[in-house]
Design a protein. Structure first.
Length: 132
């Protein structure tokens, strides 16, 4: 909950946020940390984090791809984070149609540039398809 509270404060302070163009490394790090947070939250008995995840974290994840496209390292961090969401019962919070479109593009980029990206995108697409 502390990590998500800190994230919420940072998310509202756009002047210092990870959304600035020059902060690609911070954006990738934030996505990587969030994927680990989702793994931990899935083992928690508390559900206090759900509103924060839905209201702040999921929009952040979606904005990362809308604003910054699919540079392979960012796309890989995005697919890792999305995979953690899907694997740990947070998948109901995402726009699966938009995620599927992003994942198809990520998979295409992964075929040429990043095998881990291809694998994560393929696995996420499979999980989304199975959840329908």
């Amino acid at each position: 909950d502390t990590m998500l509270s800190t994230f919420t404060v940072e998310r509202t302070n756009l002047g210092n946020s990870v959304f600035q163009e020059k902060n690609t490394t911070k954006r990738i790090l934030a996505l990587t940390i969030l994927s680990n947070v989702f793994k931990c939250l899935s083992e928690s008995d508390s559900n206090l984090h759900i509103r924060t995840v839905k209201g702040h974290v999921v929009p952040f994840i979606e904005t990362c791809m809308q604003q910054y496209g699919f540079e392979p390292k960012t796309a890989f961090a995005y697919t890792k984070c999305l995979r953690a969401l899907l694997e740990h019962d947070f998948g109901v919070m995402i726009n699966k149609s938009a995620a599927s479109s992003n994942l198809v593009l990520a998979k295409q980029i992964g075929e040429n540039h990043h095998s881990g990206l291809w694998k994560n995108a393929d696995e996420c697409l499979r999980m989304i398809e199975e959840s329908k």
